[in-house]
Design a protein around this ligand. Structure first.
Ligand SMILES: NC(=O)c1ccc[n+]([C@@H]2O[C@H](COP(=O)([O-])OP(=O)(O)OC[C@H]3O[C@@H](n4cnc5c(N)ncnc54)[C@H](OP(=O)(O)O)[C@@H]3O)[C@@H](O)[C@H]2O)c1
Length: 337
């Protein structure tokens, strides 16, 4: 099993039709500065900088953040780290949408007032002149799509943002298709990067969403590629969970991931991992790298050890038969029609 940073050299791959290239594994920073319900700081500033150093040492150049991560600390700490580096060598993606001020409904969503103000705040925290990719973190049904696309186009034209992205919890290809049709009819910038949840056990985007992205050559950068840790081999069927574990703490995680059906997928994952002398996490990430239509998954990690293990996924070769076995372990939404 490859575990040494020196053996990893991440490749660049196209970011859809944007014309720029992304590292084949992007680095996600949502736990930077995050405090758990018990008040524990998950990733401190020092650890965040160690993680960014590790990613950069492996050749990683694409960093994913959002304005709400760590209440802004994720962006701030990335900005501090970038200050000692060549900004131009890194691609930084951020997002906006979630309400940031209690009692102020206009501080939520993608209305023009909120978007313009929030972009300025992102630039300040990252201490940069431009954001490479700006995502809407979720779809805001209260803002007319035409207003949204016109506002976003203005921000691209101002030079503050290079490319636009749409991040989703549920597949919503038709909303993005409609928004892009409006943008293109007006000569405005469309969404070219998509960020859906996708992993071996969350397969909702297979079907229309992936087909739409493929047809329009939109980049697809999946979040939670390890099912928030489920696909790493650290959970077992019918196990008594320690009180402090994420699964014990969060019933949503337990109910959506720790199911018999998902453990069947996990069994296949462990079998393939053994065959290729890799860890389950590495094989779960390598599966993304072997999937048609996926640009680059966003790798999450709480420790440098986890990140080093995960980045080594780029060194793993799976045979077409192994990829097929993993894919078949849980049918996608259209496989049973
Ligand atoms: N657009 C959106 O709405 C959205 C939503 C979620 C995430 N994201 C982005 O996607 C990124 C990744 O998401 P995610 O954190 O959910 O990804 P993930 O890769 O599915 O899960 C990462 C978590 O799994 C555990 N883990 C990772 N590697 C491990 C290893 N080798 N061994 C054991 N445990 C390991 C760690 O948590 P523990 O050690 O605590 O188990 C880690 O924080 C985020 O940072 C963010 O940038 C976007």
């Amino acid at each position: 099993m490859t575990q040494s940073l020196a053996e990893i050299d991440l490749d660049f791959v196209p970011l859809g039709r944007t014309g720029i290239q992304t590292s084949e594994l992007q680095f996600g920073t949502w736990r930077f500065g995050r405090t758990t319900e018990e008040g524990t700081l998950e990733i401190s500033e020092d650890r965040a900088h160690d993680l960014l150093d590790t990613y950069a040492e492996a050749g990683g150049r694409y960093i994913d953040t959002a304005d709400v991560y760590g209440g802004g600390d994720s962006e701030r700490w990335i900005g501090d780290w970038l200050a000692d580096r060549d900004r131009e060598r890194y691609t930084i993606a951020s997002k906006l949408y979630w309400q940031i001020r209690d009692g102020d409904p206009n501080s939520r969503g993608t209305n023009r007032k909120n978007v313009r103000h929030r972009v300025d705040a992102v630039l300040d925290r990252l201490d940069t002149e431009y954001i490479d990719v700006l995502y809407i973190h979720r779809w805001d049904d209260e803002t007319p799509t035409r207003e949204l696309m016109k506002t976003l186009n203005g921000i691209v034209e101002s030079g503050n943002v290079h490319y636009l992205g749409a991040s989703t919890l549920r597949p919503n290809a038709w909303k993005v298709a409609r928004a892009n049709a409006i943008a293109e009819a007006n000569g405005w910038e469309p969404f070219t990067v998509l960020q859906p949840r996708y992993n071996l056990v969350d397969r909702e985007i297979e079907g229309d969403y992936l087909e739409f992205a493929r047809q329009r050559n939109l980049a697809v950068c999946p979040w939670s590629p390890l099912g928030q840790g489920f696909l790493t081999g650290k959970y077992a069927r019918d196990e008594d969970l320690p009180d402090e574990s994420k699964a014990a703490e969060s019933s949503r995680f337990r109910d959506s991931y720790l199911t018999d059906e998902n453990f069947d997928v996990h069994d296949e994952l462990e079998a393939v991992a053994e065959e290729v002398d890799a860890s389950p996490a590495q094989v779960a990430l390598a599966w993304h790298l072997h999937r048609d239509g996926i640009s680059a998954p966003i790798v999450g990690a709480r420790t440098v050890e986890q990140l080093t293990e995960n980045l080594a996924a780029a060194t793993i070769d799976l045979s077409p038969a192994q990829v097929d076995r993993l894919t078949a372990a849980k049918p996608g939404p259209y496989d049973t029609l």
